[in-house]
Each structure stands twice: as structure tokens, then as C-alpha cells.
Design a protein around this ligand. Structure first.
Ligand code: T3D
Length: 262
């Protein structure tokens, strides 16, 4: 938490909004304040045209250790269903359906709902010493915050259940081999590697990106015929943007297009 009591740092630079979870003493475990602030920050970023890409990361040696178990214990018995409906579900849904590209910059351990959070981002870049843990079974819970959805789709049921039932950690290289993260880099290279992708995405075509993300989300549960029709519909919209017309001109004139988001 910073001196103003904020548990999420909000920093916007050249179209890249970096949201840094800031409870390093708990490896950035979620208390209600951090859950609320992160959701508010994402909603603000979605509305702000100056934000073209979001990077999510953690302060200190952890990315996010999931629910703050000490805060949970201190509260006494918590209605977990209500808690998920109030805090985690809107957060994960907002991130997974975010209209602009998102990158999880995974600087350390991602456990429980912290792993779900990372999985909900579009692109994942992890430092080589990061670990991924479906920690839920270790404390007698089921996976939540989207882990069953993301892991089953990416890994299939056998590997998803291996992670969920055994509750063992996998390292970043394994996560990359299994398709859970896009890229693994050495710790000193993490910020630069993510920064390069983020700047490239920030200069990309916002309308086409929003449409592409929605297409891919829907494709996960669509037939080929449905995806073909969906692509045609979205392409119709993308082709009507000024950005597309400008990019065609730029191509003909051998210049670099400047995408404005309209
Ligand atoms: O109602 C609902 O909403 C239910 C939702 C549940 C969603 C969930 O996320 S359930 C899963 C919750 N998360 C966990 O079970 C993970 C717990 N943490 C760990 O297993 C380990 O800390 C790690 C494997 C993540 C990292 O291990 P290690 O050895 O690198 O670090 P450490 O020494 O365990 O942790 C460092 C500090 O962070 C330590 O504090 P201390 O002792 O130095 O004062 C530790 O207590 C604290 N910490 C780590 N994780 C949490 C935490 N404090 C509170 N909550 C945590 N989740």
C-alpha cells in the first residue's frame, strides 16, 4: 500500500496503463480493498481513450497470492459464494472482456485467484523464476475466479485436474510449454520485454483489436460456420473505420499508419 493507502498503483504513459498490485508483504494477496481498487482501475482504463493497453503486475517478489487468507481468517466465517459474486466475478469478467489488449507481467508467484487473474489477461509474460499454483485444494477449496474455465480450455481436463487436485506448483518454463504463458524471460528483462509488446500494442488499431478479442472469445464456443459469419460481421465494421482507410493509404505511400481508434 502506498502513502495514500492505495493498494493498486495506476500509471499511464504513452497509451500504456500499468496497474501494479501493491501489497508486497503478502505477495500481493487480495483483500477487499485491493479487489475493489483493481476493478475500479480497470473500469476507468476501459473508459479512457488515452489508455490503449493495460499491463498488470505485482510489487515485490510476488505477482499475486490469491485471496488474503489472514484477512479471511480475521473476518470469521465468510460466505465464499457471496464474496466471489461481489468481488472476484466482476473483476475477472471485466479483465477477460476488456476492450483493449491486456498483458500480465508475471514477476513472481501467481497462486489461487492470483493465477486466475494472470490467466484472464490476453498475453502473459513471466519471469523465469515465477511459479504457478492452483493453491485452492491446499486449503480445501475448489478452483475459482475462472481457473476451471481457462485451464480446462488451454490444457484439457487431465492436465487441468493435475494442477487443481495435486496443488503443486509449475515453473514458468513448464507453463510456457503447456501454453499458459506466451513468453518467459530472465528477471532483469521482464519490464523491457513487456514494455516492447505494450508499446507495439498501444500503437495498434483499437477498433480492430476490440473486435478481434471479442471474436476469439466467442470462437471458443462457436461452430466454424458461426465463426465465419462472426468474422465477416466484424470485418465489415473494421473496414468502415478511418483507421483502415488511413492504413490503406499509408501502405500505398509506404509510410507507417497512425491508428486513432475511429
Ligand atoms: O471467498 C472467496 O472469495 C474465496 C476465494 C478464494 C480465492 C483464492 O485465491 S484461495 C487461494 C488463496 N491463496 C493461497 O492459498 C496461497 C497461500 N500462499 C502460499 O501458499 C505461499 O505463500 C506461496 C506458495 C504463494 C508462496 O510461498 P513462499 O514460500 O514463496 O512465501 P511465503 O513465505 O509463504 O509468503 C511470504 C509472505 O506472504 C508471508 O507473510 P509473513 O509470514 O512473511 O508475514 C505469507 O504469510 C504471506 N502470504 C502469502 N500468501 C498469502 C499471504 N498472506 C495472506 N494471504 C495469502 N494468500
Amino acid at each position: 500500500m502506498d502513502k495514500n493507502g492505495q493498494t493498486v498503483e495506476y500509471e499511464l504513459s504513452e497509451g500504456v496503463l500499468t496497474l501494479t498490485l501493491n501489497r508486497p508483504e503478502t505477495l500481493n494477496a487480495f483483500d477487499d480493498a485491493m479487489l475493489t481498487e483493481l476493478l475500479a482501475a480497470l473500469r476507468k482504463g476501459a473508459e479512457d481513450d488515452a489508455v490503449r493497453v493495460v499491463v498488470l503486475t505485482g510489487k515485490g517478489r510476488g505477482f499475486c497470492a490469491g485471496q488474503d487468507l489472514k484477512a479471511y481468517l480475521a473476518k470469521g466465517p465468510v460466505d465464499a459464494k457471496e464474496h466471489l459474486i461481489t468481488f472476484y466475478i466482476p473483476l475477472i469478467q471485466t479483465l477477460a472482456e476488456f476492450p483493449k489488449p491486456t498483458i500480465a507481467q508475471i514477476n513472481g508467484v501467481a497462486a489461487g485467484a492470483g493465477m486466475s487473474l494472470a490467466l484472464a489477461a490476453d498475453l502473459k509474460v513471466a519471469t523465469r523464476d515465477a511459479k504457478f499454483i492452483q493453491a485452492f485444494s491446499r486449503i480445501g477449496l475448489v478452483p475459482d475466479s475462472g481457473s476451471t474455465h481457462f485451464l480446462t480450455r488451454t490444457l484439457g481436463p487431465a492436465r487441468a485436474l493435475e494442477l487443481m487436485l495435486l496443488g503443486e506448483s509449475i515453473d514458468a518454463d513448464t507453463a510456457c510449454r503447456w501454453g499458459l504463458v506466451n513468453r518467459v524471460v530472465d528477471p532483469p528483462e521482464l519490464t523491457d520485454a513487456v514494455g516492447a509488446w505494450a508499446r507495439k500494442l498501444a500503437a495498434g488499431p483499437p477498433v480492430a483489436f476490440a473486435l478481434t478479442k471479442a471474436l476469439v472469445r466467442r470462437a471458443a464456443s462457436a461452430t466454424l460456420a458461426e465463426s465465419l459469419a462472426d468474422e465477416a460481421e466484424s470485418q465489415g465494421r473494421a473496414a468502415r473505420t478511418e483507421d483502415h482507410q488511413d492504413a490503406l493509404l499509408a501502405f500505398a505511400q509506404k509510410t507507417v499508419p497512425v491508428f486513432k481508434g475511429r
